[in-house]
Design a protein around this ligand. Structure first.
Ligand SMILES: [Zn+2]
Length: 85
């Protein structure tokens, strides 16, 4: 499959409110275990994209904390921070 201009535009449209962060440190470097297609793979701007079919389990990882964490939406993390100050 070819990479289209629309695919590139769609990637740029990610809303900041849709970004997940680590509940503990606020890092965007969070990962989750998934089931991914072994054959539906695309390379775009040097990055590899693989079709995600489903969550593997509720296992989330923060590379900054170096452990399993609970992710929260970015805007909720900011609101939580405001309450503490
Ligand atoms: Zn973290």
């Amino acid at each position: 499959m070819m990479t289209t201009k629309k695919m590139i535009e769609d990637l740029k449209k990610q809303n900041p409110r849709d970004i997940w962060v680590c509940k503990e440190c606020g890092s965007e470097e969070v990962e989750e275990k998934v089931w991914a297609s072994m054959n539906d793979i695309h390379i775009l701007n040097g990055k590899t994209y693989q079709l995600i079919l489903d969550s593997a389990d509720d296992s989330f990882w923060c590379t900054r904390c170096g452990k399993n964490i609970e992710p929260v939406a970015f805007d909720k993390y900011i609101k939580k921070g405001d309450k503490n100050e």
